[in-house]
Design a binder for this molecule. Structure first.
Ligand SMILES: Cc1cc2nc3c(=O)[nH]c(=O)nc-3n(C[C@H](O)[C@H](O)[C@H](O)COP(=O)(O)OP(=O)(O)OC[C@H]3O[C@@H](n4cnc5c(N)ncnc54)[C@H](O)[C@@H]3O)c2cc1C
Length: 486
């Protein structure tokens, strides 16, 4: 029977769920509190510069292709993808960097130049990573709504048990001695939101996603994907409503009866929330909340971020589209994110210049820059602190890329813990949800279906499978599968 389904939020998981549910003939409405769609992947334009506000690394292209294929479409029906070469630059200091090529053989050669014997070891490491990718992403991901531990048990996974007993840090450090190679191999773990020492070896499939599959770019960044998913949803009748804040979820007889949206009542059959999990539960009466404040306090959250969107009045040299500034030991920085949450003493950071591949994102002769420092959640966030770190970034960029930048800044906007809380109702101001540690994997994550309210479901980076755009899309498919099966 046709159901009246409401979805809170317009992040990728919600956009994905909306399409799968509408394709089965349901009436689907998406309520988004902000004035544009895409959740953390919104885009904004100012003074001729345009910026993706959140995600920028387009990895695992197969997940996106599969999504559109499920509706008889292809990615290329909506946007054109280009494989970046180099995929990205890792800057270690003045005149010291590695460009990560767009194919694994070339990357192995690059490794070999830095550390004798490491090329062969990388080849071996990537072979295992590829096997794990095939099992983890292609076989398991779509079959794990996180209801029971049994979802993880199969002949194939039993053979892989040792990959859940060790961690990425141990594996990488066993085979690679050079600190630069170690940091390049540990970098993808950042997408999972945890320390390499806390991330099961099985997640080395992210290294295959990185080196084996490559880094892609759609002309207008992730917003092309937002637009494509919304276009697809609209063609199946999904209604997308912006500036609509869900204020309250009203439950009667253990079922969501209606929502208060901008203080107006809406009656529904099923409610799915792609907003941060704890925020959604805060909209319920206390007796219907599954997880108490203590539960959330004990979780390992993925980091928050200090972000800068910057316009320069000139073209920058010695940078690529994606750049990682890894001039420091990530271990020390990671401790200040996870173990002893404080503002980092000497953080690594990420710099992205989309105008290097799409000049239209900046006025003629100008460059746009996006800078990201991962930080702990819930830090005190002030203008003075933001300014201190902006000066830090500019100084390092000037030193490492050999050019003056400070006086070329003609546009600047920052975004940090307070904004994540205010704009997305994000727990502690987290940027990427809940980390994928061993104890927060699959059935150990917050549940996709409420145990206390029969027709209430969750999707997105706080539930299964985890943080990142590809998992968010899968999460939408998983939740829609459960709803459609009822
Ligand atoms: C800075 C940054 C960089 C990132 N980089 C990458 C990357 O390069 N590659 C990658 O794969 N992933 C990246 N990620 C992670 C990725 O963007 C997220 O995991 C994913 O987009 C989360 O999608 P989601 O569906 O969980 O929802 P979200 O995007 O979190 O959307 C939730 C939505 O719910 C809305 N909402 C909240 N409360 C209410 C309410 N009461 N009423 C109505 N609406 C409400 C919010 O406004 C928001 O729009 C990045 C994230 C950030 C922040």
């Amino acid at each position: 029977m046709k159901k009246n389904i409401f979805i809170i939020g317009s992040g990728f998981s919600s956009l994905s769920a909306a399409c799968y549910l509408a394709s089965k003939g349901n009436n689907v409405t998406v309520f988004e509190k902000n004035n544009s769609l895409g959740g953390r992947a919104r885009q904004f334009e100012e003074d001729g510069f345009s910026f993706d506000m959140g995600p920028s690394w387009y990895w695992m292209p197969g997940v996106f292709e599969k999504f559109f294929n499920d509706f008889g479409k292809k990615v290329s029906d909506y946007y054109k993808l280009k494989k970046l070469n180099p995929a990205y630059r890792v800057i270690f200091g003045k005149n010291s960097f590695i460009d990560i090529a767009n194919n694994p053989n070339k990357i192995c050669e690059e490794f070999e130049k830095i550390e004798k014997g490491s090329g062969k070891k990388l080849k071996r490491y990537l072979k295992i990573a590829e096997e794990n990718y095939k099992l983890g992403v292609e076989d398991m991901l779509y079959k794990m709504p996180g209801k029971s531990p049994l979802e993880l048990v199969s002949l194939k996974t039993i053979k892989k048990i040792r990959f859940f007993l060790s961690n990425i840090k141990k594996d990488v450090r066993k085979d690679f001695k050079d600190p630069r190679l170690r940091s390049v191999l540990e970098f993808p773990v950042l997408f999972l939101g945890a320390k390499a020492s806390n991330t099961p070896s099985f997640y080395n499939f992210m290294n295959f996603a990185d080196f084996g599959l490559g880094t892609f770019q759609s002309k207008n960044g992730f917003h092309d994907l937002v637009k494509a998913m919304v276009k697809l949803g609209r063609s199946m009748g999904v209604k997308y409503l912006t500036n609509q804040t869900v204020n309250k979820i009203i439950v009667k007889n253990k079922k969501v009866e209606k929502l208060l949206v901008n203080e107006k009542e809406f009656i529904c059959d099923v409610l799915i929330s792609g907003a941060d999990y704890s925020h959604t539960e805060s909209l319920l009466e206390k007796k219907y909340r599954q997880y108490k404040p203590k539960y959330w306090e004990k979780r390992t959250f993925a980091p928050s971020s200090l972000l800068f969107y910057v316009g320069f009045n000139k073209k920058l040299k010695n940078v690529k589209h994606h750049n990682l500034i890894f001039d420091t030991d990530f271990e020390a920085h990671a401790k200040e994110i996870y173990d002893k949450p404080v503002w980092p003493t000497d953080p690594l950071f990420y710099a992205n210049f989309t105008s290097k591949t799409n000049p239209k994102t900046a006025p003629k002769g100008c460059e746009n820059g996006f800078f990201l420092i991962p930080i702990a959640i819930n830090l005190t966030d002030t203008d003075e602190i933001r300014k201190k770190y902006f000066d830090f970034i500019i100084k390092k960029m000037e030193l490492y890329t050999g050019q003056k930048l400070k006086d070329s800044v003609i546009y600047k906007k920052s975004f940090c813990v307070n904004d994540f809380k205010k704009e997305y109702n994000s727990y502690g101001g987290n940027a990427y949800g809940l980390a994928n540690t061993l104890m927060q994997t699959a059935f150990l994550r917050p549940k996709i279906k409420s145990k206390l309210v029969q027709n209430l479901y969750f999707c997105g980076q706080l539930t299964v499978p985890g943080p990142g755009v590809p998992p968010a899309i899968v999460s939408g498919e998983l939740v829609a599968g459960l709803v459609n099966s009822k």
